[in-house]
Design a protein around this ligand. Structure first.
Ligand code: S3P
Length: 412
């Protein structure tokens, strides 16, 4: 039992919700109060960006207050490693203000055409690309009608934000649901947004309109909690994360852990972004298949689920997850290489990987994180159960700065 039993703690705020809270607060009239905002590098990028654009951000008694103002030209915005900052800003800026978006080496390789194409159809003026740096020149926008080509909440959000500044009705149809934090928050802030779900998927329609300031609560990040859920599942102990977000578009990791044989108990606590105390109790794990519409609900959790599968009986297959290849690193390649270093039989596929549980060899596995926070954290969790050396851990600060302190705390 390499971790303590009956641990109970909370994790920092949800990264996706935190970016949106700052950005939408900066677009709204009045002062938005945010409770539970994630304090990590990626969200810091969005915070600096909205300040450059004219918003005021203050910290008062544990809350972050964002006061919107009409956006003005921001100059150069450094999005660092943060894809959400870059992609959502492209849509938010297009009809409102100019800026030059740049990013670090990893972000500068990531695909932006998926955002630039619909925005161009709406009349946006984005120069450069198809990867960062990209210069946005504010332009009058017209409505568009789009169907998602990749399941991406970032692209959906960019189009909806542009739609709020466009003439006419802009629609976005997604055949496969992706995280809906943007829709929930925009509706809560009075945006003229309509959502209709049917056989062909969900069709979102937005008209030109402003946002009103709101009181926003950021749940604990299920993507951060996932590391501890998997640690408990492997160790065969019970662990509770308090106040974690359980938005159904994000909880695929819990469904998969159940299928692998763990007990998962959810004690709902309510909220616009639903929050719960979630307990995972480990027992012998078995391999699973992960594919189809489930993939977007756990896309960021696939590296840590691969670690669960490494300590499970039998084969695990991940399909329909080609998006993994264009995250902060090529996560298919990074996961497979790390698993092999641990002595796990694993093979990459264009859209996922196939692996058989069981780590062999007692020597230290040396794992390259490729500067990717989720790879560094996933293999650090593996290190609770066998010797693993991870190439760097500085990247972890992008989403979970206290991770290593907590890791030391959970060890028996
Ligand atoms: C995010 C959406 C997902 C996810 C990313 C955060 C968001 O990316 O992987 O970590 O906040 O909208 P895609 O939109 O590229 O699927």
């Amino acid at each position: 039992m390499p971790i303590r039993a009956d641990l109970r703690f909370s994790v920092p705020g949800d990264k996706s919700v935190s970016h949106r809270a700052l950005m939408f607060g900066a677009m709204a009239e009045g002062t938005t109060r945010i409770r539970g905002l994630l304090d990590a590098e990626d969200v810091g990028r969005t915070e600096r960006a909205v300040v450059q654009l004219g918003a005021r951000v203050a910290r008062v008694g544990g809350e972050v207050l964002v006061t919107g103002d009409p956006w003005h030209h921001a100059g150069r915005i450094d999005c660092g490693n943060s894809g959400t900052t870059a992609r959502l800003l492209l849509g938010a800026l297009a009809g409102r203000a100019g800026a030059v978006l740049v990013g670090d080496a990893s972000l500068s390789r990531r695909p932006m055409r998926r955002v630039l194409t619909p925005l161009a159809a709406m009349g946006a003026r984005c120069e450069g690309g198809p990867t960062l740096p990209i210069t946005v020149v504010a332009a009058p926008l017209r409505a568009g009608d789009f169907r998602a080509e990749v399941a991406s909440a970032q692209v959906k959000s960019a189009v909806l934000l542009a739609g709020l500044a466009a003439d006419g009705e802009t629609s976005w149809t997604e055949p496969t649901p992706t995280r809906d934090h943007t829709e929930r928050m925009l509706l809560g802030m009075g945006a003229p947004l309509l959502s209709v779900s049917g056989e062909g998927g969900t069709r979102l329609t937005v008209r030109r309109g402003g946002l009103s300031a709101g009181n926003l609560v950021v749940p604990g990040d299920i993507s951060s909690a996932a590391f501890w859920f998997v640690a408990a599942a492997i160790a065969g102990v019970s662990l509770t994360i308090e106040g974690v977000g359980v938005n159904p578009t994000r909880t695929g990791v819990l469904d998969v852990l159940r299928r692998m044989g763990a007990d998962v108990e959810i004690e709902p606590l309510g909220g616009v972004e639903p929050i719960a105390n979630v307990t995972v109790r480990g027992r012998g794990l078995r391999g699973v298949e992960i594919a189809g519409a489930e993939v977007p609900t756990l896309i960021d959790e696939l590296p840590i689920l691969a670690i669960a599968a490494a300590f499970a009986e039998g084969e695990t297959v991940v399909r329909d997850a080609a998006e993994l290849r264009v995250k902060e690193s090529d996560r298919v390649a990074a996961v497979v290489a790390g698993l092999r270093a641990m002595g796990v039989d694993a093979d990459a596929r264009p859209d996922g990987f196939v692996m058989r549980g069981g780590c062999e060899g007692g020597g230290a596995a040396i794992v390259e994180s490729h500067g990717d926070h989720r790879i560094a954290m996933a293999f650090s969790i593996a290190g609770l159960f066998r010797r693993v050396a991870v190439s760097e851990t500085a990247s972890i600060a992008t989403s979970y700065p206290d991770f290593l302190a907590r890791l030391a705390g959970v060890g028996a």
